[in-house]
Design a protein around this ligand. Structure first.
Ligand SMILES: [Mn+2]
Length: 320
């Protein structure tokens, strides 16, 4: 991996145009890592043209804006893809149009975009930002308040405020180094964790909606009609409501199944506490982390199949 990182740094120095990408429906880690890396390269090498593109997440626009660039910009560019290794989850359909491409990730999926020499991946990192921050610090790139705010937002969100499994002494050392740049973390928390009264009431509605399987797997089915009824966006429901089933005694696996209105596909978010379920996500063509993963399903019938697998996992875990 050291050799690959060395090679990446060499390529960053060589290319005049660098485009940073990440996964679609971006979360805090995807956007924070992407924009933190962009800003750091731009500040370290002011003469280079550095861009960040992809679909938006309005809730996280405080991290920064996306660039609009023409297809021909990709021709001579170095492309660095963050927080995702697979082609079907890309935020910019032109992800494979660069002259050369690197992937930096912390998920457990293999890459179908780059070969092993261009795939910098460490699934022990709590966030992709942990790996990227380390690369930037080790190679003496500019990490000022502005860069650090983006990377810290990524670290805080993907680690669940430093609580999830992958959070390690190394995560906290990186967080400390980022904080030392002097930005105000309260500014981030007030954007991320203060919500409207309407949103809190909606969360209460969804808390009363989830069901349990015979083996105590919590789940929700959200159809297109559900989204309309509660006037909630797909993203706010799919990613935003999975956590209403988290942190409950006796519930070690929970799943949120939401119909994507444009495609009719069912986007599934899976979470567990204490053991891995990512193999089940992969069985259905998905992936992610051991205890936080997902998949794209064809139908709610298929969701029932997934729930059977989760019930089976509970039987194994309980040793029955
Ligand atoms: Mn991530």
């Amino acid at each position: 991996m050291k050799k690959m990182i060395k090679d990446l740094i060499k390529k960053i120095k060589k290319y005049d145009t660098i485009i940073i990408l990440r996964h679609n429906r971006p979360d805090g880690d995807a956007l924070g890592t992407q924009l933190g890396l962009k800003k750091s390269i731009q500040k370290t090498f002011p003469n280079k043209k550095v861009y960040a593109t992809g679909d938006l997440n309005p809730r996280l626009s405080f991290i920064g804006e996306m660039d609009e660039i023409n297809d021909d910009v990709f021709e001579n560019a170095l492309v660095i893809i963050c927080d995702v290794a697979v082609s079907y989850m890309q935020g910019d359909a032109r992800y494979n149009k660069g002259k050369e491409t690197f992937v930096i990730d912390h998920h457990t999926n293999k890459s179908d975009i780059v070969d092993d020499n261009h795939f910098i991946c460490d699934s022990t990192c709590a966030a992709c930002a942990e790996l990227v921050s380390e690369i930037l610090f080790d190679n003496r790139f500019v990490v000022d308040k502005d860069v650090a705010l983006s990377l810290y937002t990524a670290l805080v969100t993907d680690s669940g405020r430093f609580q999830y499994n992958e959070t390690s002494p190394r995560t906290l050392r990186i967080a400390a180094k980022l904080l030392e740049t002097g930005f105000d973390p309260q500014k981030i928390y007030s954007k991320l964790y203060v919500e409207t009264i309407e949103k809190r009431k909606l969360t209460a509605e969804f808390t009363s909606r989830f069901k349990l399987t015979s083996k105590n797997v919590a789940y929700m089915f959200n159809t297109k009609e559900t989204l309309e009824k509660y006037n909630i966006s797909f993203n706010d429901c799919s990613r935003g409501m999975v956590s209403v089933m988290a942190g409950l005694e006796g519930i070690l696996i929970w799943a949120n199944f939401t119909e994507e209105p444009e495609t009719g596909k069912v986007i599934a978010e899976f979470r567990s506490r204490g053991f891995s379920i990512v193999d089940i996500a992969k069985k259905y063509g998905g992936g992610g982390h051991d205890q936080a993963c997902g998949a794209t399903l064809e139908s709610f019938e298929q969701a029932l199949e997934v729930l059977k697998d989760f019930d089976q996992r509970m039987v194994e875990v309980n040793g029955q």
